[in-house]
Write a protein that binds this ligand. Structure first.
Ligand SMILES: Cc1cc2nc3c(=O)[nH]c(=O)nc-3n(C[C@H](O)[C@H](O)[C@H](O)COP(=O)(O)OP(=O)(O)OC[C@H]3O[C@@H](n4cnc5c(N)ncnc54)[C@H](O)[C@@H]3O)c2cc1C
Length: 422
């Protein structure tokens, strides 16, 4: 039975919410903690890339939400609809209100389908798919593909797991080779970015992967519109300092330039990461940045994860405005900082000495049986695990890292991370 007041109220019972609740509960059994989340399902999203490739079962990425909430922590099945931080109150869509001593905000990220004209209609066709929305459909679309242009895109907004769109392209390359379709396929990876990956030495290794696979890498292309009838994506050329489009080679790819800076590219199959934003409940709240490049994202200190204006509010996970990649791996390093800071504040009102250094990691699956583990921290500095790198060259695609991704990480997630022991 839900109470009206909690010592710690957590908004969102995804990766961040469950890890935080589990660690807090282990360290301070007497705290009254609640997770507010209307979801019935808890998803292990990192395996969706493998589901699309037919290397993992979708049902194994799901658990009942209630089953992952630690015993002793309340699950309130309601959606937060409004934050009133001056009154330490969260209002819910059901018209209820909960008060708190400490608030942890982690409702993830919103897939903003309607932010791109034509996207919703395109997703209704059998040529357009996204591992972010339905990885099983990606599999069906790849199976139905008979050759032509296989286009993979990335939006200009921040996204969760920035490496996921290119992982989809690498696995598709191998899938098409196995089906003897690769000779008849132009596989294109188009991104608003300038390079395939921001951190060295992973960038060099991935450039080599792109080259050997014969993937057409197209930088500075920001998708703005989809025409599902003509099977075309409209991109805005976004190279800094250049307002005109590049000269396109229609021999290389069916494409054309329109209006100076719009490149229109044909697809026979399209995989995309949809535009993403902070969930509305945060975006339109006093907890978000009101202006600037982080507008709409949760305003927390990048090292303490404490809200910059409301000291009893903390935030982590995809919703937080942190200059690092939004991943579950990042959450694993953020949760202990939030937990230590809340416990210290309860004890003496101060913050703990723990700081988050921006650690994130992207397990870049480069084919069936190959994975490169890119680990880094703030400022794009490599931060590979010293123990792992003693035994493996994690800057290269390896069979051992594939095993880590397919077997070890899912096990650790369900049995250790969500239990608060890792
Ligand atoms: C295709 C794909 C591949 C990925 N690959 C990797 C990978 O290889 N490695 C990796 O580390 N990460 C990967 N990720 C990213 C990872 O899954 C996320 O970064 C992680 O889940 C973030 O945790 P979170 O708690 O912030 O959000 P989530 O886990 O998404 O949870 C958010 C929760 O908040 C709830 N919620 C939303 N709105 C409200 C509201 N108003 N009130 C209450 N509750 C609300 C939701 O129901 C949900 O339960 C991948 C993601 C995708 C989609």
């Amino acid at each position: 039975m839900a109470q009206a007041h909690y010592d710690v109220l957590i908004i969102g019972g995804g990766t961040a919410g469950i890890m935080t609740a589990a660690q807090l509960h282990r360290k301070a059994r007497k705290l009254r903690i609640a997770i507010l989340d209307p979801a019935r399902d808890h998803w292990y999203q990192p395996a969706w890339t493998l589901v699309a490739a037919g290397a993992f079962r979708m049902q194994d990425t799901r658990r009942d939400e209630a089953a992952v909430v630690p015993d002793g922590v309340d699950l309130v099945r309601e959606a937060a609809s409004r934050f009133e931080p001056e009154a330490n109150t969260v209002h819910t869509a059901n018209g209820r209100a909960y008060t708190y001593d400490h608030l942890v905000v982690c409702p993830g990220i919103k897939l903003d389908i309607d932010a791109m004209p034509g996207l919703r209609e395109a997703l209704a066709t059998d040529r357009v798919c996204s591992n972010y929305i339905d990885p099983e459909k990606t599999r069906r679309v790849m199976k139905g593909f008979q050759g032509g242009v296989a286009l993979f895109t990335q939006p200009a907004t921040p996204i969760k797991c920035g490496g996921a769109p290119q992982k989809a392209a690498y696995l598709a390359d191998e899938f098409f080779r196995r089906r003897r379709l690769r000779d008849r396929t132009k596989l294109v990876f188009a991104t608003p970015g300038s390079v395939i990956f921001g951190v060295q030495p992973f960038r060099t290794a991935l450039e080599e992967v792109v080259r050997t696979k014969g993937i057409l890498f197209k930088p500075f292309l920001s998708p703005v519109r989809i025409d599902p009838v003509r099977q075309e994506v409209h991109f805005r050329w976004c190279k800094p300092g250049e307002d005109h489009g590049p000269a396109v080679d229609a021999q290389e790819l069916p494409q054309r330039v329109e209006g100076g800076d719009t490149i229109v590219m044909h697809y026979d199959m399209l995989h995309l990461a949809p535009p993403q934003s902070a969930p509305d409940v945060v975006r339109h709240s006093p907890l978000a940045y009101a202006d600037g490049p982080n507008k709409g994202w949760l305003e927390v200190d990048i090292h303490t994860l404490q809200h910059k204006r409301y000291p009893n509010v903390f935030g982590l996970g995809d919703v937080a405005a942190l200059p690092t990649a939004k991943t579950g791996a990042a959450v694993r390093k953020q949760a202990p900082v939030v937990v230590a800071n809340i416990l210290q504040r309860i004890k003496d009102g101060a913050l703990s000495k723990m700081q988050y250094d921006g650690y994130s990691s992207c397990p870049l699956v480069t084919g069936y049986g190959r994975m490169l583990l890119a680990e880094f921290k703030y400022d794009n500095v490599r931060d590979s695990d010293p123990l792992l790198t003693r035994f493996f060259d994690t800057g290269k695609p390896l069979w051992s890292m594939w095993l880590l991704k397919k077997y070890v990480l899912p096990w650790l997630y369900w049995n250790r991370m969500l239990k608060g022991t890792m």
